[in-house]
Design a protein around this ligand. Sequence first.
Ligand code: GDP
Ligand code: MG
Length: 370
Amino acid sequence: SGTLTVGDLAEKLNKDSSEIIKKLMFLGVMATKNEDLEKETIELIAEDYGVEVEEEVFVDELGIETQVEEDDPDQLEERPPVVTIMGHVDHGKTTLLDAIRHTKVTEGEAGGITQHIGAYQVTENDKKLTFLDTPGHAAFTTMRARGAQVTDITVLVVAADDGVMPQTKEAINHAKAAEVPIIVAVNKMDKESANPDRVMQELTEFELVPEAWGGDTIFVNVSALNGEGIDELLEMLLLVAEVEELKANPNKRARGTVVEAELDKGRGPVATLLVQEGTMNVGDPIVVGNMHGKIRAMVNDIGRRVKSAGPSTPVEITGLNGVPQAGDQFVTFEDEKKARQFGEARASRAREEERSQTSKVSIDDLFSQI
Ligand code: GDP
Ligand code: MG
């Protein structure tokens, strides 16, 4: 069965759901907006609009594939959880990210130079975890706004000497809206004024109730400053990951999301990509947002060159013809020509959209002057 709903398909085709529903009725299919469509039905409708459907995947007008066929369960393999850290300003997000990285990366990877590529991986009890290193809220909102869901688990950092603050609430709302499980890290436990009970008490208002009080939220007391509780936090994250049964098929073309991107003076456009499924290789043709190219080189989070990257792995790539945006989706292709075609189609589509927006604005401006 397909993984696209009527509403999803309408959005992909840039049509009203009602129009799609009407077309479906002509085909004898009675469907509501939230109904999943069979692959064959998707193909029929897409063809009707002159949109090409590839063998295994449905490719929308903009060239980004939507997985239609579910992965063969035998092909699915466990993958590391992708973790985002959120919380109020000054509650210790950056310090905690650094502490996790330094206690875990440097000890195992002798000689590894930490490289800031926007995401990193650590190992705990022989299992990997991936952390997004970008400012939590911004990453979450820009990515979510662009339809990208990359976070599997959120660590909500709350300073034990300060308690729940406005951005704490915001973070809870983001995580809940995205249906991402939350682990609470009660930070700054080294401080005299630390009051973890008050934090727990305040969070019960947001349905984050500790297990000790009959709820199901995991709370871990930590000090990002002296490293207390960090191992326990990582263990708890792995526990949640296990419950969530995070899996992906590494044996197909790669698909994923841009974590960050910039123009480097020497290397040209560089983008940190998080592979979400499949495996990406140096030399692969790729479409990233409205940009395209061929992967020239890949560097991991400790600055080493790698030849391939599987699910949940962040890597920095070069070889694109321009700088994509955080939250953009990427897909690798087997065929270079196809990647270029899709890339160019996406780019011209983006230019058109921009032009029509500018002309709308100028017409509005005109009216406002009358
Ligand atoms: P962010 O705004 O959430 O990224 O917070 P930062 O990581 O920048 O931390 C804000 C301040 O709190 C800095 O001065 C940190 O040194 C301090 N801080 C962070 N974690 C701890 C901790 O566990 N204990 C203590 N005493 N201070 C901390
Ligand atoms: Mg910070």
